[in-house]
Design a protein around this ligand. Structure first.
Ligand SMILES: C[S@@+](CC[C@H](N)C(=O)[O-])C[C@H]1O[C@@H](n2cnc3c(N)ncnc32)[C@H](O)[C@@H]1O
Length: 341
């Protein structure tokens, strides 16, 4: 283990790696949008719209001293204020919990000032960069499942973050990928999936687990010709956190490398499956993450049949339901949880 992961522990290392990947994901967006190549597009991009569906409290994490890289609001605010940016950026931070929202505003009031933002309303800040890029950062207290996106335009490049505390609080409504994709083709997203937080998978009903497999179907259905979707997960992770990145196909190799290096620096091995490149491996990863080990074993080798099946048929394919006996949680579990052979 590296010094850093010794210091922060396994779950800290995971969060640290998540923010490191996210930092690069967002940094790439603002850098590429400001290249001459993008200015020459037949329909130039005029605005960046960054939506964080699950902002959280933007508190400085215990294991870091750099706010700009250790929470999603910090990462967005920092990159939006890049001195060389020339485009308007709309940053929308959404938080549904009342107390968390209040803490978020308090933290932003202190931190955004340090980044050169000016507060113009209790929940709104602006920043004007040296090359004219104007950022408007707004915080909304509402449920992201109800967030309207009708304001999006064809000339917008949209970045969407979805980092709930687990699968049951998935904050992206089913229709959102379609609603965004029909307004603009420049759309990237980053989601966190915790399939088994606190053993949640075993306690969920089988119906829930079947539905969880379909959680990301709306994104697959709306990928279009230019984008791909990758699932990245860490080995030996009891909570089965995984990361779902939607990004242009041409950035597949770079994204792969960025994810591996971010997790590798924190001594975490990461597995990656791209939907467009290896749909079979991707499908198996989805199945393994959504289903219990016993259920997964029952349908392994019948993945295509599973995919084509309706809910009733899937229930049958999984065989008789075996409720796993509750077991005491172990701090560390050896062996891989995602054996896809
Ligand atoms: C894991 S935390 C977010 C951490 C943050 N993304 C970061 O990286 O610093 C999840 C937050 O999302 C909020 N949340 C969950 N579901 C939501 C929803 N549907 N709408 C708005 N906020 C939501 C929770 O209240 C919680 O504060």
């Amino acid at each position: 283990m590296s010094a850093r992961s010794d210091r922060v522990g396994r779950s800290g290392a995971r969060t640290y790696s998540k923010h490191e990947v996210l930092n690069r994901f967002v940094g790439k967006e603002i850098a590429v949008i400001n290249t001459p190549r993008i200015a020459q597009l037949p329909e130039p991009l005029r605005r960046l719209v960054w939506i964080d569906l699950t902002a959280g409290d933007a508190a400085l994490q215990a294991e870091t001293d750099d706010w700009r890289k250790s929470c999603s609001p910090g990462i967005l605010a920092y990159h939006a204020s890049w001195a060389r940016n020339t485009k308007p950026v709309e940053v929308l931070l959404v938080e549904k919990n009342h107390d968390t929202y209040e803490i978020l505003l308090d933290n932003l009031t202190v931190r955004l000032l340090e980044l050169g933002y000016e507060q113009i309303k209790p929940n709104q800040w602006v920043h004007v960069g040296q090359r004219g890029g104007r950022v408007t950062l707004q915080v909304l207290r509402c449920n992201s499942l109800e967030l309207p996106v009708s304001f999006l335009r064809r000339s917008d490049a949209v970045l969407l973050l979805n980092d709930p505390n687990g699968v049951p609080t998935w904050a992206m409504r089913d229709s959102l990928p379609a609603e965004i994709s029909e307004r603009t083709t420049f759309f990237r997203s980053f989601s966190t999936l915790g399939w088994n937080v606190a053993g949640a998978k075993a306690w969920a009903t089988r119906e829930d687990r079947i539905q969880r497999y379909d959680l990301i179907t709306p994104q697959i259905d709306n990928l279009g010709a230019r984008r791909d979707l990758c699932l990245a997960w860490t080995d030996r992770d009891d909570a089965q956190w995984s990361y779902l990145l939607e990004t242009p196909r041409v950035w597949r190799d770079q994204t792969d490398e960025e994810i591996r290096s971010a997790f590798g620096r924190n001594a975490l091995d990461v597995e990656i499956a791209w939907y467009g490149q290896d749909p079979n491996r991707f499908r198996h990863a989805r199945m393994r993450m959504a289903l219990t080990k016993v259920e997964y074993r029952a349908v392994r080798g019948r993945a295509a049949e599973w995919d084509a099946a309706d809910y009733e048929r899937r229930y049958e394919l999984l065989g008789p339901e075996v409720k796993p006996a509750p077991k005491p949680r172990q701090p560390t579990q050896l062996g891989t949880l995602f054996d896809l052979d």
